[in-house]
Write a new protein. Structure first.
Length: 336
């Protein structure tokens, strides 16, 4: 296993991917992905279904070997290291819990599977009582204090998620990998789990890699958002940077509502709805008006392209209007 001596310090990258490629037949699931995030970062991999998010997560975890490229964790080249030697723990979509075991039993089972550093400073296999105590502690961290004896099959979807997260925490994950973990849960349960991850993120030095196709999830929770499309990394930056300067029409579309207009010089600029005003400016026609969250999202067609705008009042389809772009906002060029 190769080591780059100053890998972590050199570019602040605790988790670093260098030119990761992975093909399945004719499909490029990862197409030259390079990114780097500091320790304790909450990174989201955002993209539509089939964009290569799971592939990248599996390459980081070590379940998938890339065709080319390197994976570094904590400055160590782990590309050829097995999953167990990467300090990564994956919370799988199907959670991979033993249904007939208790919540604490699931965690203790993993804790006792190998030697680990115990409270007495010894590197040895934990006793059943130690593992149980450790499991209960982890469950308390995820809001399941006192529920260790409950069988997995008697827990709700959200509670099972918490057990899976507690297990990853208890097993000492430096990097926690989550693949669309909350996609099958109702909105209220999801909100609770998001809050749990935010809390763990604030309290622990764990680096999170969170796979999602939900842009709100990605934008709200992350320090960095990596936008993927067709196996390519379009943009990796803070939510604000990605939103304000997506650099490609595709990344703009994936990170929020937007429109694209042709500029006088033939280039294309993207415009977010909050930067569009009504009443003066260019002529357009309303092609869509959808109500949501106390305001209307209006789609406007102008000779220069299509933009979206927010409005307090409803517009009829086909209604003519005048729109303008707030000065100093949006208007950044994008590649189409
Ligand atoms: P996402 O998680 O963003 O939905 P994936 O990483 O699962 O995307 O898949 C990216 C592309 O690679 C898809 O076109 C998918 O069909 C393909 N793919 C992923 N895994 C395999 C595999 N084991 N065999 C063949 N094709 C695969
Ligand atoms: Mg996936």
């Amino acid at each position: 296993m190769g080591t780059i001596a100053d890998g972590t310090e050199r570019d602040g990258g605790y988790l670093r991917l260098e030119n990761i490629c992975k093909r399945y037949g004719d499909t490029a699931a990862a197409d030259g992905v390079t990114l780097s995030v500091p320790r304790g970062c909450f990174l989201s991999l955002l993209g539509e279904s089939g964009s290569g998010k799971t592939t990248l997560l599996r390459v980081i975890a070590g379940f998938e070997k890339p065709d080319c490229g390197r994976v570094y964790i904590g400055g160590r080249d782990v590309t050829d290291a097995p999953p167990s030697e990467r300090g990564c723990r994956t919370v799988f979509q199907d959670l991979a819990l033993f249904p007939h075991m208790s919540a604490a039993g699931n965690i203790a089972f993993v804790l006792r599977a190998g030697k680990r550093l115990c409270a007495d400073g010894q590197y040895r296999r934990m006793s059943a009582a130690e593992a149980r105590a450790e499991a209960e502690r982890a469950l308390a961290e995820t809001g399941l204090a006192g529920m260790g004896s409950r069988k997995i099959s008697t827990l709700s979807g959200g509670e099972k998620q918490r057990v899976a997260i507690a297990r990853a925490l208890a097993s000492g994950a430096d990097v926690m990998l989550l693949d669309e973990p909350f996609s099958s849960l109702d909105a209220v349960t999801r909100a609770g789990l998001r809050a749990l991850l935010a809390d763990l993120h604030a309290r622990t030095p764990v680096t999170f890699v969170y796979v999602t196709h939900d842009r709100e999830d990605a934008m709200r929770m992350s320090d960095r958002v990596a936008v993927l499309s067709g196996g390519r990394l379009l943009r990796c930056a803070s939510p604000e940077e990605v939103y304000r300067d997506p650099q490609s029409a595709e990344a703009a579309r994936l990170t929020g509502e937007c429109g694209v207009l042709r500029a006088a010089d033939g280039s294309e600029i993207f415009v977010r709805p909050e930067d569009v005003t009504f009443g003066s400016g260019e002529e357009c026609v309303v092609t869509e008006c959808a109500y949501g969250g106390g305001k209307y999202l209006i789609t406007l067609l102008s000779p220069r392209g299509e933009v979206k705008a927010y409005s307090d009042r409803e517009y009829a389809k086909g209604e003519k209007a005048l729109f303008d772009i707030k000065s100093g906002s949006g208007g950044k060029a994008v590649k189409v």
